[in-house]
Design a protein around this ligand. Structure first.
Ligand code: FMN
Ligand code: SF4
Ligand code: SF4
Length: 268
């Protein structure tokens, strides 16, 4: 429980988002909140460990779902945040299969970092393994998702304003998910590979959250450290020549079994 007597000091969007769907949802929520002072903290490539102190902003924390959980690397990156009692809107974005315990895990993590959960939502984004041949939630978040995200931001601010006017603390927020969390093991090491269309431009090197990709000795090709790869597919999606592929055995199963459109779920 926190005090709602102090006015809000702007809006901060915090995200870990290798393929940008979590970032898109966070930004749409920020638009719905509509505050003049809006800052972004993108943790996707951020390896720094120096603390980031919240100063009474209305925060949004958005991460993808990996295996029904918050990605381990996102949890590590979030450790820099010092909530200092700031209200937070919690968001997980998943690829139309399920988010299982991820939102619960994100809520518990935010509390441990000193935030006070205000609202939460599970949204749908194009699956990292989606390809034109085997689409999985392709193109999401779409116009409807982004409109719902903006509405969610507006409604979340409205909730805070009502509590602020009444001088009432934020009550405990309940979200879907269980503790102990679902067990997730990342599986056997694997990573995307390059086709002959790779012209060693290096763009994929720039977006890899774990620095798993390097030029070879004479800079004519790229190499990937399979042990470092978290299979996020940022490199696949960014390649301007469609020369990067990740052949996941799960893609065909997800394409077949997870085609029914799922809708965002919101928690107030
Ligand atoms: C390793 C890995 C595991 C994933 N696990 C799940 C999952 O359990 N359920 C699901 O629906 N989507 C899963 N996804 C898909 C992502 O949650 C989805 O594509 C999300 O939109 C990616 O967010 P980003 O664009 O912010 O990186 C997984 C993706 C990866 C790379
Ligand atoms: S972005 Fe594509 S073309 Fe450029 S180095 Fe990476 S795989 Fe090769
Ligand atoms: S090499 Fe692995 S960790 Fe790096 S961007 Fe590609 S899929 Fe993600």
């Amino acid at each position: 429980m926190t005090s709602t007597t102090t006015p809000l000091n702007g809006n901060r969007l915090i995200f870990f988002s290798p393929t940008h769907t979590s970032a898109q949802i966070a930004r749409a929520i920020g638009e719905g909140i509509g505050m003049e002072r809006r800052i972004e903290t993108d943790l996707t490539l951020d390896e720094s460990s120096s603390p980031i102190e919240m100063q009474g902003e209305l925060c949004v924390i958005a991460t993808p779902v990996y295996g029904g959980r918050v990605p381990t690397l996102a949890l590590q990156r979030l450790q820099r945040l010092k909530g200092n009692g700031a209200p937070v809107i919690l968001v997980v974005v998943y690829g139309n299969r399920d988010y299982e315990d991820a939102l619960r895990e994100l809520r518990d993590t935010a509390i441990s970092l000193g935030f006070v959960p205000l609202t939460a939502g599970a949204f749908i984004g194009e699956h990292s393994y989606s390809t034109p041949e085997l689409p999985i939630a392709a193109g999401r978040p779409d116009t409807d998702d982004l409109q719902q995200s903006r509405g969610f931001g507006k409604d979340s601010l409205e909730k805070w304003n009502q509590l602020h006017t009444a001088g009432t603390p934020i009550p405990e927020l309940t979200v879907k998910g269980n503790f102990p969390y679902k067990l997730w093991t990342p599986g056997a090491p694997a990573c995307p590979t390059c086709t002959e269309n790779c012209f060693a431009c290096g763009e994929c090197i720039e977006v890899c959250p774990t620095h798993a990709i390097h030029f070879n000795a004479d800079q004519t090709a790229i190499e990937t450290d399979i042990q470092q790869c978290i299979k996020c597919c940022a490199c696949v999606k960014v390649c301007p020549n469609k020369a990067r592929e990740f052949k996941s055995p799960f893609a065909a199963i997800l394409h077949e079994k997870c085609s029914a459109r799922r809708q965002p779920e919101l928690f107030f």
